[in-house]
Design a protein around this ligand. Structure first.
Ligand code: SF4
Ligand code: SF4
Length: 489
């Protein structure tokens, strides 16, 4: 799986499919409302939320603008603590580095905790092809792996399944024989996972933030599986996105004050782990070997471009939780492992317009995501920038150019405008024959350019009276009336 996992279907085809799935909409609506309310309450309790956001912006910008320095500092310090460092410019490079680790140890089994970077490089599929048994240990990821389904949210990836469906998936695929009570399902899963934690040779995990001046990697989870993954297997692989570095522990403190609050409306997650290298002599647990793979995969190409601000993203998912388009088309509508507002910006920037098609148009430019983002990434501006780039590179719809030329001619030329307004009403009346309304509606949804609008909304027929004439007439009437009133006095 790459970032864009669905290149065969167009945005429209994916959206049409998602719109039919009421369960997904309801699940996302409930989740959005829950996260929104919880976050709102916590934000209101904070004495200086905006000040905190500003500090986070400065921290993230400092790292972005001096990325080479901080990557080097982090790598040197992690190495000093005994980690083996691997730098991967591309996802393929990262895959080779990880495959080498497995080959060196002759390892055929791995436990994983949730990691978007490994999703991005399609690690599971590659390892499985190489004969490695990979077990996702995060509950939601285990559901997706069993169901062979793509994530629909970056923080709560199995949002599109309810408890009944999850029970059914485990019954069909993993021999579960219980009911749909969440505690029973997780108990079943926990038993499986414990065996896997104890027997797997390699642990693979992501990293929420890497701390440059201590060489530490952090992990934020709610299930504790991350701690098992980084403690039990003797060999550990940590995949770090090049944009996940913070300068020091003070900066980490600021980011951690924002992340759980923005992500799930919690002051802190149940588990927060800071790891520094393999187990040291005398320590009772921890891996013997830690391989840290720093993956770029196109991120540094955003430096100095209009999309540089995107490197501030801490993957909290808050922008998804507020987006009205995400609510309707759901995570799968985007066809990318990164859905929602941040997904549009990142996927289009990393995958290119030829691959993502119309993705930048899955947005009403309402700006709610920008307001909500804890590090104030101007998401809706960046989405608009993608559209501008597409037009400039000729990647927009071919019909758009003549249409906008015609519109320009009409709006900038008074005789043409008057002619169009005059002809507009009879043309629209002719097209709307058979409609129950005085306008274009569902029955006009066959008209190529208009159908994007009329298939779901009505378009009134132009009024018989032009506003200009109506205004002139009323102006004259008012003037007449005020003269009369003045005369009466
Ligand atoms: S601007 Fe676009 S992406 Fe952002 S919340 Fe509004 S609809 Fe969603
Ligand atoms: S863009 Fe902002 S709100 Fe969205 S995931 Fe990234 S940090 Fe969170």
């Amino acid at each position: 799986m790459a970032i864009l996992y669905d290149k065969d279907e167009s945005l429209r085809e994916r959206v049409d499919k998602c719109l039919e799935d009421d369960f997904k909409h309801n699940a996302i609506e409930t989740a959005q409302e829950t996260f929104y309310n919880k976050r709102k309450q916590l934000v209101e309790e904070m004495p200086d939320w905006e000040g905190l956001r500003q500090s986070a912006i400065e921290i993230r910008n400092e790292v972005t603008r001096n990325l080479d320095f901080y990557v080097k500092e982090f790598a040197e310090n992690a190495q000093a603590h005994g980690c083996t460092m691997h730098y991967a410019p591309t996802a393929d490079d990262a895959l080779w580095e990880i495959l080498d680790v497995f080959e060196k140890h002759g390892a055929a089994s791995a436990v994983k905790s949730k990691s978007m970077m490994t999703e991005e490089m399609g690690l599971n599929e590659v390892l499985e092809d190489a004969g490695v048994n990979v077990i996702e240990t995060d509950c939601a990821e285990a559901i997706l792996q069993t169901a062979k389904s793509a994530p629909s949210h970056i923080v709560v990836p199995a949002l599109h399944f309810d408890r009944e469906k999850i029970a059914e998936i485990f019954r069909n695929e993993r021999g579960y024989d219980g009911d749909a009570v969440p505690e029973h399902i997780t108990h079943f899963l926990r038993k499986i996972m414990r065996e896997e934690f104890l027997s797997s040779e390699v642990g693979i995990r992501g990293c929420n933030f890497a701390v440059a001046d201590t060489g530490s990697v952090t992990l934020v989870t709610n299930e504790g599986n991350g701690r098992m993954v980084d403690s039990f297997p003797k060999v550990q692989v940590v995949v770090v996105g090049i944009d996940r570095i913070v300068p020091d522990l003070e900066s980490l403190d600021v980011m951690m004050a924002l992340l759980p609050r923005s992500a799930v409306g919690a002051k802190m997650t149940a588990y927060f782990t800071i790891d520094q290298g393999p187990a040291h002599p005398g320590e009772s647990d921890g891996p013997e070997e830690v391989h840290v793979v720093i993956m770029d995969n196109g991120r540094s190409s955003l430096l100095g471009t209009e999309f540089e601000d995107m490197l501030r993203c801490c993957r909290c998912g808050a922008c998804l939780n507020i987006c009205p388009v995400y609510r309707h088309i759901t995570g799968h509508g985007y066809g990318s492992i990164y859905p929602g507002p941040m997904g549009i910006v990142l996927t289009a920037a990393l995958e290119g317009y030829d691959n993502v098609g119309d993705l930048a148009y899955a947005c009403s430019l309402c700006g709610a995501c920008t307001d909500h983002c804890p590090v104030h990434i101007p998401l809706h501006d960046l989405i608009r920038d993608h559209r501008i780039n597409m037009v400039e590179q000729g990647k927009n719809h071919k019909a758009e150019v003549p249409l906008f030329k015609a519109a320009e001619l009409m709006w900038t030329n008074l005789p043409v405008y008057r002619m169009a307004m005059k002809a507009g009403r009879p043309v629209m009346q002719a097209l709307s024959k058979g409609e129950e309304i005085d306008g274009l509606g569902a029955k006009s949804a066959w008209i190529p350019v208009l159908k994007g609008w009329t298939s779901s909304r009505d378009m009134d027929v132009l009024s018989e009276t032009r506003f200009r004439d109506w205004f002139e007439q009323h102006k004259a009437q008012r003037e007449e009336a005020s003269k009369t009133e003045g005369g009466d006095r």
